[in-house]
Unconditional design. Structure first.
Length: 94
C-alpha cells in the first residue's frame, strides 16, 4: 500500500486523536468520580464527530449556535461512566 505524505499525515493525526481521547476518558472515569463526559463539536467537523462516535459517545442533540456572529449548528455528545466501563470490560474479555 502506498500513501502520500498528506494521507499519511491525516492517518497519523486520526490515530493520535483517537488515542488521546481514549486515554483522557480512561483517566477521567478510572481516577475521578465523573459520571459523564460531554463533548460539543461543530456539526460541520466530520472528523471530530466521527471520532466521538468511534469512542462510543452518544449524539444526544444538535443545537443552533453563534460563533463570532455567524450562525452554525453544534452536535452534543456524551459518554456515561457505565457505557465506558462496560465497553472496556467486554473488550478485555475478548
Amino acid at each position: 500500500m502506498i500513501f502520500s505524505i498528506r494521507e499519511l499525515g491525516a492517518r497519523l493525526a486520526s490515530l493520535l486523536a483517537t488515542e488521546a481521547i481514549r486515554l483522557a476518558t480512561d483517566l477521567l472515569f478510572e481516577q475521578t468520580a465523573v459520571d459523564q463526559i460531554v463533548c460539543i463539536t461543530d456539526a460541520r467537523n466530520l472528523a471530530a464527530n466521527g471520532l466521538l462516535r468511534r469512542m462510543r459517545m452518544d449524539h444526544v442533540r444538535t443545537e443552533d449556535a453563534l460563533f463570532r456572529g455567524e450562525p452554525f449548528q453544534e452536535h452534543v455528545f456524551w459518554l456515561s461512566r457505565e457505557t465506558h466501563l462496560s465497553h472496556h470490560k467486554s473488550k478485555r474479555s475478548t
